[in-house]
Design a protein around this ligand. Structure first.
Ligand code: PEP
Ligand code: MN
Length: 334
């Protein structure tokens, strides 16, 4: 971190600032200019707060030169991380096609979707059992029964399953779920992130509704700081002034995140757009932009879906899209 001192700071004040930084285990490189002094703080500065240091008496400004996310920093780790979920790999050149309904609704529904997406070449099955809904008066998932039905679908199709966990108390229920999803609304539920950092399971961390990339990475860092490095990031659209889509897909987040972090990055074009007609083009764009996977909502009878009906692809449309995604991937790699 670079700390610029105010012109005219007294030698005593300067000395006490330097001593305070050294007291925190940092080396302080002092650069005396004609009018101003600049301090270079060397060492582990991850616990320092720029704004707090800038507010100290005698300090004009403070700026980080290294990011405070270290465990998920590409600069520190270089190689792309590969997440292993059962037999499926995501990241480092491995692309995963994840598909399934917004919510598990019944045995017939989840088995029919699972069979269809499997036949279309999906690698994993998604399905919400605990659904975060804006209204308290609508279907909010089958809960534990939904997880049991997902496992049934996995047993039949062999597809690993991903489902959203909403609280620490639900952890025991997710023991046999292959990939645990943290939804957009929980991206900064730090208590949940801390608990997920203590387990040895892959975590799919979705970007918050109006979270910056830095905030997303700091949330990943929360999980990783506890020892669980198996994190996959998901861009799922952010809030903007757009009134023709549910959210705005921030596609440039994909190559930007690939620069910033070694973690795999997937895209959810379903929640990003909220409209089934836009899901296909955005899924293809995500594949072309280098995403490590896409997660798509599919229902065998979209108009009758109990949640997110407007953005669900029919099984037939998904099968046609899956083929195009493979073609785009190949073109992007060649
Ligand atoms: C979901 O994927 O089921 C979901 C609720 O998405 P998000 O958290 O991105 O809104
Ligand atoms: Mn949904």
């Amino acid at each position: 971190m670079v700390v610029v001192l105010r012109p005219g700071i007294s030698p005593e004040e300067k000395q006490s600032l330097i001593a305070a930084f050294e007291g925190r285990g940092l080396r302080v490189d002092v650069s005396e200019g004609e009018r101003q002094t600049v301090l270079g703080l060397v060492g582990d500065t991850s616990s320092l707060d720029e704004a707090q240091i800038a507010s100290l008496k005698g300090v004009e400004s403070a700026r980080r030169v290294t990011e405070s996310f270290r465990r998920c920093s590409r600069r520190e780790h270089g190689e792309s991380a590969v997440a292993q979920i059962g037999h499926v790999r995501i990241g480092g050149g491995h692309f995963a096609l994840i598909a399934g309904p917004c919510a598990v609704e019944s045995e017939e529904q989840i088995l029919a979707v699972a069979r269809a997406v499997r036949a279309a070449g999906a690698d994993m099955l998604r399905g919400g059992a605990f659904k975060p809904r804006t209204s308290p008066y609508v279907f909010s998932g089958l809960g534990e029964e939904g997880l049991a039905l997902l496992k049934l679908a996995r047993a039949e199709t062999g597809l690993p399953i991903v489902s959203e966990i909403m609280s620490c108390e639900q952890l025991p229920l997710f023991e046999d779920v292959d990939l645990l999803q943290v939804g957009a609304r929980n991206m900064q539920n730090f208590e949940l992130l801390r608990e997920l950092g203590r387990i040895d399971k892959p975590i799919l961390l979705k970007r918050g509704l109006s979270a910056t990339l830095r905030e997303l990475l700091m949330s990943a860092e929360h999980i990783m700081a506890g020892g669980n490095e198996r994190v996959i990031l998901c861009e799922r659209g952010i809030r903007t002034f757009s009134d023709y889509t549910r959210n705005t897909l921030d596609l440039s987040a994909v190559p930007e995140l690939h620069e910033l972090t070694q973690l795999p990055v997937i895209v959810d074009p379903s929640h990003a757009t909220g409209r089934s007609a836009l899901v296909g083009p955005m899924a293809l764009a995500a594949a072309a932009a280098g995403a490590d996977g896409v997660m798509i909502e599919v229902h065998c009878d979209p108009p009758r879906a109990l949640s997110d009906a407007a953005q669900a692809l029919s099984c037939e449309k998904f099968a046609a899209l899956a083929e195009k995604i493979r073609a785009v991937r190949e073109a992007a790699l060649s």
